[in-house]
Design a protein around this ligand. Structure first.
Ligand code: AMP
Length: 282
């Protein structure tokens, strides 16, 4: 049976008797098959599966993005029940940020480029809320999507640095048949925009194909992604990146593995995606 909990106290009480290990899946709700894949992994690997549903105001650098973010808790709880989740924590903002709350967890260099540069304050918000979740749940395992590749790196750094006892596990990106990465934000796409949105994945695939045929120049691969994007009139690129997998610094020349990533506006909707160039598979 899936129990929906609202307060920190309820969550702690429920976890007091929970079978270990505990697997946690943090989400902002509007659950889709990407979330389901994380939940299934947590369900399969832990006798207790916990999903949090919280649209975290601190990680939005634009107020309109926060208010527009899609929400449907009843449906989300039904998805969790369908996946056999034990505990859903769906707190209010005041329950997460208790009265007098005055702490920010700020991760350093890895949070600087890409999403960190494009969305000031975003990763402080993410790291702070995930630190609270890790502290409250004390899960052995927490599951995150590779779709938000930099987020996984930021959270890993944070968990290691703060000695939090939760293992951060990255799960593959789930896509629509046409390649578009599932995202709660896809609901905002008008039909023409939805038809244009797979251009992100096409740009990544084209650069990855070029890499497989031996291209190792960062500029050449970034140019390939930009060229594919410029063929789609509804796409406005925010950044295209070919970066080091450990530091996320832009690369002139690829020596081992590398991360291709991009952020693109399709109309008013901002989408991100990425593809790992894995030297082990080249
Ligand atoms: P969100 O609700 O967007 O904050 O996402 C919650 C978790 O689901 C994060 O760890 C995301 O990286 C992950 N996620 C979102 N979309 C996908 C996807 N298409 N495939 C896999 N994981 C995803």
């Amino acid at each position: 049976m899936t129990r929906v909990l609202r307060t920190r106290a309820e969550l702690r009480a429920a976890l007091g008797t929970a079978r270990r290990p505990v697997g946690l899946v943090p989400t902002m709700g509007w659950l889709h098959d990407g979330h389901r894949s994380l939940i299934r992994r947590a369900r399969a690997e832990n006798p207790t599966a916990v999903v949090s549903i919280f649209v975290n105001p601190r990680q939005f650098n634009r107020a309109d993005d926060f208010t527009k973010y899609p929400r449907n808790e009843d449906r989300d709880v039904a998805v969790c029940a369908d996946e056999g989740v034990d505990l859903v924590w769906a707190p209010s903002v005041d329950e997460v940020y208790v009265p007098g709350f005055d702490t920010t967890v700020s991760v350093g260099a890895i949070a600087g480029p890409l999403e960190g540069a494009a969305r000031p304050g975003h990763f402080d918000g993410v790291a702070t809320v995930v630190a609270i979740l890790f502290g409250l749940v004390g899960a052995e395992h927490a599951y995150f999507g590779q779709k938000d590749a930099q987020q996984v790196m930021v959270i890993r750094r944070m968990a290691r640095d703060l000695a939090l006892p939760t293992d951060v596990i990255a799960c593959p990106t789930v896509r629509e048949p046409d390649g578009l990465a599932l995202s709660s934000r896809n609901v905002h796409l008008a039909p023409r925009e939805r038809a244009a949105a797979p251009v992100l994945h096409r740009a990544l695939l084209q650069a990855a194909a070029q890499w497989r045929t031996g291209e190792r120049s960062g500029d050449a691969l970034r140019a390939t992604m930009s060229a594919v994007l410029s063929g789609e009139p509804l796409a406005t690129p925010e950044y295209v990146s070919l970066a080091d997998v450990l530091t996320l610094a832009e690369l002139d020349q690829i020596e081992g593995s590398a991360l291709l990533s991009l952020a693109v506006r399709i109309g008013a909707t901002r989408l991100i995606d990425n593809e790992l160039l894995d030297a082990g598979s080249a």
